[in-house]
Each structure stands twice: as structure tokens, then as C-alpha cells.
Design a protein around this ligand. Structure first.
Ligand code: NAD
Ligand code: TYD
Length: 351
């Protein structure tokens, strides 16, 4: 099978490739990635020289480029990760989100529609987020039937992509499946997201910026569990369906930050207070969703998937990964990263 992976040099895509390129040497994996700030080729060092892995640098919103890839490789499965993925960036500059997330998904769907003359044994798999459902109050869960109600430019652009994929399934019979997953954490995550940002700032003795009161709740899933769920859905999922993927692991942001401080202290021989004193409550995110929580009973019941990693061991593994991968950490702290920290946190931290 030929598998076109979009955005394979980002966080989840590279974990997916690292897991499956070696496990499934009979399949060819083609990684189509624009190599934006969020990509890092160091993420793929383990697989980059393997014969069943190929990198194609390119923009999914460039239709000609996408069609050319389809003509050259005729992929059987498209696993579509590529997106602008960070809510705070979408607030500061939404345009790129509309281009990559909506137009990019549209171009991929169009290429599938035009190039897959025989749709048998073909599948377009859209990797989406639970943020399309909006915000929950203190109770309840997102199910596959929850109405879409996105709050941020990021989640609105992902919702649009989901709607397009569903429309292509209904209108053209395009074999498509959508998964909506909760917050991922693990190795190779760019440190603009909560967990790696807190780890790296703590190690540098910098402020740990908690938005609002830190009371917002997210459901965290170890990235490899997400990747295994995606593989399961590609193998056994039903076309035209949506599957929610989650960790059944809800945490308030402030509690996660304390947990990170605790684990770090043990690992580097300090006391938690050495890091906890860095916690700084800062101006909240506009339109900040209060709570996300996934009901993942459908994928468990119908496909037999459930998460394997516990949060305790997954978070420790993640922290150890950042401690042990200094070269990777240095590679992301380029000028671009510094600009981002100034743009997003400059005013928040100085008031
Ligand atoms: P990421 O930002 O780490 O990586 C995105 C990748 O896509 C990068 O390699 C980037 O270069 C590439 N990319 C961006 N725009 C592109 C374009 N126009 N053409 C080609 N490549 C492009 O993102 P991630 O956290 O790995 O998320 C991957 C996918 O999973 C996204 O679609 C995201 O919405 C979804 N998702 C993420 C999470 C999470 O917690 N990170 C949870 C649920 C769903
Ligand atoms: P994030 O990792 O950006 O993921 P998402 O917004 O997609 O859920 O943020 C996770 C939570 O952490 C979210 O409630 C916002 C909060 N947060 C902070 O409090 N401080 C930060 O510096 C960041 C990046 C996030």
C-alpha cells in the first residue's frame, strides 16, 4: 500500500511515521510537508534513510503540486495531518489557517476525487480535533453527535475541513473517514503548546504563563495512542463515519503545571517549589474554551481501540524526552521561536 501522509514532519505526523514506517516495511510512506516553523526534520531521523519512506516538500494548498503527487504515487491511503495547529497563533494571525486548513484540505479532496477513478481500496483519513465541538461546562462529554460550535479561528478552520470531507463523502461517494481527537502530548511537540512550553521554560528558569486562573480543562492523550487509533480506524473504520478519540484523562491546566514541576524536580534533583515559584497567571486567551472531554466509547465498542499509556508514565516519558534531546530543543529555539514568544507573551507578562 502507498500511504500519503501530509504534515508528517510535525508533532503527531512524525510520531506516526516513526511508529509505522518501521513496523510496516511492506508499505511505502510519502510525507508531503511544507516544512513550516512547526516541522522539524530531526523528528524523522529514525526513518529518513529507510527505503519505504520518501519526503516531498510541498504545500497542500497548491493544487497543481498535490495533483502531481497523486499522479506520481497514486496513494491508496491519505492520512491528512497537515495544518496550522495552534489556537494562539490563529488568534494573532488567522489567514494562514484558512489557507492551509481549509483550502489545503479542499485541494487534497479534489485530488482524490479527480485521480481516484477507481475508489475501491482507497481512503481519505482526516485527522481532526475535538475543538470543533466548542466548549463544555462542568459536566458532559463530546460524542460524535455533538453539534459543531467552534470558538477560535483554528477550530473554525478545522470544522470547515471536516464539513468538506463529509460533503465529499455524501456528494461524490469519496471514501473518507474523520477522527476528532483530544489534546495530544509526547515527544517532538513544538514548545508553543502547554506541556512542552512549561517543561522548557521551567528548565530555563523562565515564567510559567498560565492563562486566566488555570481552571480550563483538557483531556490529554499520549501521542502514540492517538497514532494507534488512527491506524485502527484506517484498517477497520467505516467510511463516512466520525470517530472520537480521547484519553478519558481530564486535567485542569494549573494541576498539569504543578505535576510537571513535581516530575521535573525529581528528575533534576530539585524541589517542586524551585519551579512552582515561576508560575505566573497571565491575561486569558480570548474565546478560551472552558473544558474539553471526549466520549470515546464508539471507537472502543466498534473498533476495539483504547489508550494504553497512563498520564503519569506518559508525562514522565515526555519530560525525560525533552531532557534527553537537547539538540532538538536547541533546533527549535530559532529566531522564529523567539519572535513568537515575544508576540504572544510579551504583553501578557509585562501587563
Ligand atoms: P504541527 O503544527 O506540529 O504540525 C503540522 C505539520 O503540518 C507541520 O509539519 C507543517 O509543516 C505541516 N503543514 C502546515 N501547513 C502545511 C501546508 N499548507 N502544506 C503542507 N504541510 C503543511 O501539528 P500537530 O500537532 O502534529 O497536528 C497534526 C494534525 O492533528 C492537525 O491537523 C491538528 O489539527 C490535528 N490535531 C492535533 C492535536 C494536538 O493536540 N496536537 C489534537 C487533535 C488533532
Ligand atoms: P494548548 O496547548 O495551546 O492547546 P489547546 O488550546 O489546543 O487546548 O493549550 C492547552 C491549555 O493550556 C489551554 O487551556 C490554554 C492553556 N495554556 C496556558 O495556560 N498557557 C500557555 O502558555 C499555553 C500555550 C496554553
Amino acid at each position: 500500500m502507498k500511504i500519503l501522509v501530509t504534515g508528517g514532519a510535525g508533532f503527531i505526523g512524525s510520531n506516526y511515521l516513526n511508529l509505522f514506517v518501521t513496523r510496516y516495511s511492506q508499505h511505502t510512506f510519502i510525507n508531503l510537508d511544507k516544512l513550516t516553523y512547526a516541522a522539524n526534520l530531526l523528528n524523522l531521523e529514525r526513518v529518513s534513510s529507510l527505503p519505504n519512506y520518501l519526503l516531498e516538500e510541498g504545500d497542500i494548498a497548491d493544487y497543481e503540486r498535490v495533483e502531481n503527487i497523486f499522479q506520481r504515487y497514486d496513494p491508496d491511503l491519505v492520512v491528512h495531518f497537515a495544518a496550522e495547529s495552534h489556537v494562539d497563533r490563529s488568534i494573532l494571525g488567522p489567514a494562514e489557517f484558512m489557507r492551509s486548513n481549509i483550502m489545503g484540505t479542499f485541494c487534497l479532496l479534489e485530488a482524490c476525487r479527480k485521480c481516484w477513478t477507481n475508489k475501491e481500496n482507497k481512503l481519505f483519513q482526516l485527522v481532526s480535533t475535538d475543538e470543533v465541538y466548542g466548549s463544555l461546562g462542568d459536566k458532559g462529554f463530546f460524542t460524535e453527535k455533538t453539534a459543531y460550535d467552534p470558538s477560535s479561528p483554528y477550530s473554525a478552520s478545522k470544522a470547515a475541513a471536516d464539513h468538506l470531507a463529509r460533503a465529499y463523502f455524501r456528494t461524490y461517494g469519496l471514501p473518507a473517514v474523520i477522527t476528532n481527537c483530544s489534546n495530544n502530548y509526547g515527544p517532538y511537540q513544538f514548545p508553543e503548546k502547554l506541556i512542552p512550553l512549561m517543561i522548557l521554560n521551567a528548565l530555563e528558569g523562565k515564567a510559567l504563563p498560565v492563562y486566566g486562573k488555570g481552571a480550563n480543562v483538557r483531556d490529554w492523550l499520549y501521542v502514540e495512542d492517538h497514532c494507534e487509533a488512527l491506524w485502527t480506524v484506517a484498517e477497520r473504520g467505516k467510511q463516512g463515519e466520525t470517530y472520537n478519540i480521547g484519553g478519558n484523562n481530564e486535567w485542569k491546566n494549573i494541576d498539569i503545571v504543578h505535576k510537571i514541576c513535581e516530575i521535573l524536580a525529581v528528575e533534576v534533583g530539585k524541589v517542586p517549589q524551585d519551579f512552582e515559584k515561576l508560575i505566573t497567571f497571565v491575561q486569558d486567551r480570548p474565546g478560551h474554551d472552558l473544558r474539553y472531554a471526549i466520549d470515546a466509547s464508539k471507537i472502543k465498542r466498534e473498533l476495539g481501540w483504547e489508550p494504553k499509556e497512563t498520564f503519569e508514565s506518559g508525562l514522565r516519558k515526555t519530560i525525560l524526552w525533552y531532557l534527553g534531546n537537547q539538540r532538538w530543543v536547541e533546533s527549535v529555539k530559532s529566531g522564529e521561536y523567539k519572535n513568537w514568544m515575544d508576540a504572544n507573551y510579551g504583553k501578557r507578562l509585562t501587563g
